[in-house]
Design a protein around this ligand. Structure first.
Ligand code: GTP
Ligand code: MG
Length: 192
């Protein structure tokens, strides 16, 4: 369990973000894929990150500090423009600024095991590659997929993103399958 997590900052503006003193990982992916739920599952807190059935629940970058040792960063779903103080911030620009300024230890790219990837996922992976950032694919909601479904999505993602199967993990925030393993992977990225 990633204990003692707390929300530090919620903002699309780089000037508000905390100093990059600790390692951090970014959670990104399509809206509704389960980014915020995964942060709650990892930290053992039901209501740390805001979740919901309708897409676009997360609109800003949310920085969560874990025991003052590392940061988990929750992103909005692709295309969900973030706004604060009437300034609209374009999603692509937000991500480019984020990668450029913070160089996270890893991108956790979440993919729904029932849906697979789309063009936005490919662009996200390419952006991480461009900045030399490691990508770990997290197949989400595996409680909704049988073994064959998981495997076929996993293989398709591996092929389309040119990523080895060792860089793909399977999780369910619902029944907590794979959560401990993902935690280990996050800690390993943050040690380097
Ligand atoms: P945005 O912030 O809108 O981009 O969405 P998000 O990616 O943060 O998704 P969120 O965590 O809000 O979850 C979206 C919906 O999926 C919610 O209704 C969750 O309860 C549900 N959900 C998330 N993870 C799982 C899971 O592992 N299994 C199942 N069955 N449902 C899940
Ligand atoms: Mg969210």
């Amino acid at each position: 369990m990633l204990n003692n997590a707390r929300l530090l900052v919620t903002s699309p503006n780089a000037r508000d973000w905390p100093d990059k003193k600790k390692p951090e990982v970014l959670f990104a992916g399509r809206s509704n894929v389960g980014k915020s739920s995964l942060i709650n599952a990892l930290t053992g807190q039901k209501k740390l990150a805001y979740t919901g059935k309708t897409p676009g629940k997360t609109r800003m970058l949310n920085f969560y500090s874990v025991d003052d040792k590392l940061l988990l960063v929750d992103a909005p779903g692709y295309g969900f423009a973030v706004s604060s103080n009437k300034n609209n911030v374009d999603f692509d620009k937000l991500m480019t600024t984020y990668f450029q300024l913070r160089k996270p230890e890893a991108l956790l790219l979440l993919v729904d095991c029932r849906r697979g990837i789309n063009q936005d996922d490919i662009m996200m992976k390419e952006l991480a590659d461009y900045y030399g950032i490691n990508t770990l694919i997290v197949l989400t909601k595996i409680d909704k997929c049988n073994k064959d479904g998981r495997l076929s999505t996993s293989n398709a993602v591996s092929e389309k993103l040119n990523i080895p199967s060792s860089r793909i993990v399977w999780t369910s925030s619902e029944n907590k399958e794979g959560i401990d393993n993902l935690e280990k992977r996050i800690l390993a990225f943050c040690k380097k």
